[in-house]
Design a protein around this ligand. Sequence first.
Ligand SMILES: *[C@@H]1O[C@H](CO)[C@@H](O)[C@H](O)[C@H]1NC(C)=O
Length: 146
Amino acid sequence: MEKVLFCFIFLFFISTQKINSLLIFRKFNIKISNHLASNNKLMFNCGSGEGFKALFIFLPSNQEWNKRITVFPKTLIWCDLWKGPIYMEHAMFNVFLGKQSFIHNVCGGRKPNECFWQAQEDGIYVRNNSAGTFKFMYKWDTKDLT
Ligand SMILES: *[C@@H]1O[C@H](CO)[C@@H](O)[C@H](O)[C@H]1NC(C)=O
């Protein structure tokens, strides 16, 4: 019985690894768009464990920032977004993880190959790729600035 269970766990492990390995070396776009009111700018910093950095990007309203990446095992990219014009409120989160589950559950699939984040007055939204709709994800936060 233990052996059977072990086999199942092993097969399960192999199959999840296979799914994630389909992503390896694929190109992916990460998009951030500024949908704040009144021409307010969006400021952000992004980084990854693999050395990628984008610092102090000031994105004008109704514009998009686009970063094309190659997916490696354990790719993790985070961004810290700051809401203009006073940049007191922010939201920090993972914009991309090199995992099938993240791409499916957060970005809404691989068609197109992108994770599309949008800053609005009440917080951060992500596009569901398969539906084309935006879903609310994170509220602006000021609590760690006090
Ligand atoms: C995306 O939208 C589709 C169609 O409405 C829905 O079935 C799916 O659960 C949604 N995915 C996410 C991650 O919200």
